[in-house]
Design a binder for this molecule. Structure first.
Ligand SMILES: [Mg+2]
Length: 296
């Protein structure tokens, strides 16, 4: 189930109504029909741009209306293994996702730092570390950028230096990008370091990427477990490819306003697309026992 181009195209909708095109609905439905009684499908979700609109002040990026409620219902239903995979530190997502007062009460497993960090639902935390000589160089760069942000917005992560130019004028953005590449690209040749391109910025980092996170989660699941991944950014492409490479039922969804070349199976536009997908996921598992009863 991995066509060259997204199969579904989201059309303009009447106000206040959530729907997707027939093509997209068919792709979703054919995936949901693979759900079997007793098997917990794996639902892997990016956060920014997928569950929540992008905000320059990222601590204000709350989920789209209805998304928390849908996730809460899916968790309460108890038939899905739901995991969030984000570029941010995992703890930020745990707080933003829950709501205040909390709408989502059950703990959610979150992979942070694009897969280098993992916080299990029971609170255990794992963090990938770089070889010490590499980590020292990375720490020196982070220290430098804390005092000289090159005109962009520097994000300091334990496993990475990140420069953002999203929101800057095209001319300023180009200037920041050139200066960032001059610093990051030579260092990316060092053992354990790699560059991660994303929309409106560049990250120099150590550790797994989102594709590596997806590979790990799939390896931990029972063979043949259906798996879906939803994301918006170029960093999600590694996850789409990881999902497409599994032998069992799988679905990858590009969730963004504008179409682009992608490895995903289907393109949906937020916020309607994400609301429809989550509602149908829940319904597919609600109806599953009846299908079994009918077949028996
Ligand atoms: Mg995203």
């Amino acid at each position: 189930m991995a066509p060259e181009q997204p199969a579904g195209i989201f059309e303009a909708l009447p106000k206040g109504r959530d729907t997707v095109t027939d093509d997209a609905a068919n792709v979703l439905q054919s995936f949901f029909t693979t759900f079997q009684p007793g098997v917990k499908p794996l639902l892997l979700l990016d956060y920014d741009g997928t569950l929540a609109p992008f905000r320059v002040d990222r601590l204000k990026a709350r989920p789209y209306t209805g998304v928390r409620e849908s996730i809460a219902r899916i968790l309460h239903q108890g038939r899905t293994r739901l995991v969030v995979i984000t570029g941010r530190p995992a703890r930020e997502i745990s707080l933003l996702l829950r709501g205040n007062p909390p709408i989502i009460e059950q703990p959610v497993e979150v992979w942070g730092l694009h897969g280098a960090e993992r916080i299990h639902a029971d609170g255990r935390r794992e963090l990938e570390l770089a070889p010490s000589s590499t980590q020292r160089k990375l720490d020196e760069l982070r220290e430098y950028l804390r005092h000289n942000n090159l005109g962009g917005e520097f994000e300091d992560k334990p496993n990475a230096a990140v420069m953002h130019w999203r929101g800057a004028s095209p001319r300023t953005a180009k200037f920041i990008e050139v200066r960032t590449r001059e610093l990051f690209e030579p260092m990316s040749k060092m053992d354990g370091l790699m560059l991660l391109e994303f929309e409106g910025g560049l990250e120099l980092r150590v550790g797994r990427d989102k594709g590596g996170a997806v590979d790990t989660l799939i390896a931990e699941a029972a063979p043949g477990t259906p798996v879906a991944y939803v994301g918006d950014d170029v960093t999600d492409e590694a996850a789409f490819r990881a999902v497409s490479s599994v032998g069992g039922p799988h679905l990858s969804i590009l969730m963004r306003q504008d179409e682009r070349e992608t490895a995903a199976d289907v393109w949906l536009r937020p916020p309607s697309g994400v609301r429809v997908f989550l509602k149908r996921w829940y319904k597919a598992l609600q109806h599953e026992p009846r299908r079994r009863a009918a077949a028996a």
